[in-house]
Ligand binder design. Structure first.
Ligand code: GLN
Length: 474
């Protein structure tokens, strides 16, 4: 199994034991061989990647160590992130033929660092879902067991890494869409502090929740990618400067808080057992682990499924059959709107637009949307209070390992998979996931992830502890 990392590839490029050309050829061959079954990719940019690989190979001969950080590194990108001149479909019929006219800021930054974008990855339509089954172009399978989902909505990005095609991929996380697929595919995934990374050129789902983040095999690779993508962007007024929040110090030993009451319902017993083993290993490494209470955090799912659809209904209003993508002719303008949206959007997207429109309607706004936003403010205060006494909050990333295709047909049971991830987006906090162990399902060994939640702007603290706990033991 391909176990390359950015660090290992770069070292090999510098020493000359391999070249970007060889690595890209290998990546493309892996995709050709495996993606028939996995369907991680919606598009593969073979020709561009080969040309860039030849250039990178030449540059390494001249620049060596001084070459930019990602020179010759293959990266896969979720298809709701704009890459100039390429189809940007968000896995929706609505945008099946839509070509991006500019690069997202994070893409510009990755390209400037020398990354080679090998292809666009599959996802739940407009990032709504937790299994990649909501793609208009067919689901992605989990490379560890193709009867199972890779998670979602960044399931294609997770599968692209897990199948060995690329060392790293980029996803977006509105309520867990980087972390949950990372957990299901045995990878590292990171959701930054809200505002750390520009959203310019990302197709908005929930604008107050969305952040782009890396999926990788090591914490160090996620850290590197995140630091290259992060920073103020004049094109996104919600990006934050380093002094927006108080500095979060790095320490030798940390105090971890476990919200015990939160771990009861709906979490598979063997996932909990693996989690307890992880807690013990933290103690053995000299850290302190204490129980904490986060009663509002536990209500996160209810607030998320009001705030998120409200923002979805407003963000997706732009797909009207006139300005972008699919247009179905009609007898008048209203008919064009109605028929284009009816034909372009899938069931889950329609469900959320309806929900969002409802909670924002006159008469319901105060009862639902207003209340959910109040809950959010209270959750932030609760979190700030807890972070006075602990450094990091610890939960499983998801309550189960990867489930089988079709297993979560009921939308509500699918939404419950997000129980530990969505409160993080509602509060803006950063969170890191990495594999904490495995569980068995029908004779298959499946990975499960642990989630480390940090205080606002605590991104570096999470990388620091993640490298010490995970990378050092791989
Ligand atoms: N699974 C969650 C949802 O369906 C998260 C989606 C996301 O983070 N994009 O809303």
């Amino acid at each position: 199994m391909n176990n390359d990392t950015i660090a290992s590839l770069r070292a090999a490029y510098i020493s000359g034991t391999t070249t970007p050309t060889a690595v890209i050829d290998n990546a493309l061959a892996t995709i050709t061989e495996k993606d028939k079954d996995i369907h991680a990719f919606l598009a593969v940019y073979s020709d561009d990647a080969r040309v860039q690989a030849v250039e990178a190979t030449e540059r390494f001969k001249i620049e060596g160590n001084a070459a930019p950080a990602l020179l010759g590194i293959p990266v896969a990108v979720k298809n709701n992130i704009l890459v100039k001149g390429k189809l940007a479909t968000a896995a929706s019929k609505m945008l099946e033929n839509y070509i991006a006219s500019y690069d997202a800021t994070i893409i510009t930054r990755l390209k400037d660092a020398g990354a080679i974008i090998v292809g666009a990855t599959n996802m739940d339509e407009f990032a709504m879902g937790g299994s990649t089954e909501n793609s208009a172009f067919g689901p992605t399978k989990n490379p560890l067991d193709i009867t199972r989902v890779p998670g979602g909505s960044s399931g294609g990005s997770a599968a692209a890494v897990a199948m060995g095609a690329v060392p790293v991929a980029i996803g977006t996380d509105t309520g867990g869409s980087v972390r949950q697929p990372a957990s299901y595919c045995g990878l590292v995934g990171f959701k930054p502090t809200y505002g750390a990374v520009s959203r310019y050129g990302l197709m908005a789902m929930g604008s107050s929740l969305d952040q782009a983040g890396p999926l990788s095999r090591t914490v160090a690779d996620s850290e590197l990618l995140h630091n290259l993508m992060a920073g103020i962007d004049i094109m996104d007024a919600t990006t934050i400067s380093p002094d927006t929040y108080p500095t979060v110090p790095i320490k030798d030993v940390y105090t971890f808080g476990v919200p015990r009451a939160f771990l009861g319902d709906g979490v598979d017993p063997d996932v909990l057992a693996v989690f307890e083993t992880h807690v013990e290993s933290l103690k053995a490494a000299g850290h302190t682990v204490v129980d904490i209470e986060l009663p509002l955090f536990e209500q996160g799912l209810a607030a998320y499924y009001i705030v998120m659809p409200a923002e979805v209904s407003s963000n997706l209003a732009r797909y009207d059959g006139i300005r972008y993508g699919l247009s179905v002719p009609g007898k008048d303008l209203l008919a064009v709107y109605e028929q284009s949206r009816a034909a372009g959007f899938g069931t889950e997207v329609k469900r959320r637009i309806l929900l969002g429109t409802y909670v924002l309607s006159a008469g319901y706004f105060d009862a639902y949307y207003g209340k959910a936003e109040q809950a959010r403010v209270a959750m932030r205060a609760e979190l700030a209070e807890v972070f006075k006494s602990v450094d990091i909050i610890l939960t499983p990333t998801a309550p189960t390992p990867a489930f089988t295709l079709g297993e979560q047909a009921d939308p509500l049971s699918m939404y419950r998979q997000d129980i530990f991830t969505v409160p993080v987006n509602l509060t803006g906090a950063p969170a890191l996931t990495f594999p904490m162990g495995t569980v068995d399902r029908t004779g298959v060994t499946l990975p499960v992830g642990v989630q480390y939640i940090g205080p606002l702007a605590g991104d570096e603290r999470l990388f620091d502890i993640g490298k010490r706990i995970y990378d050092s033991r791989r």
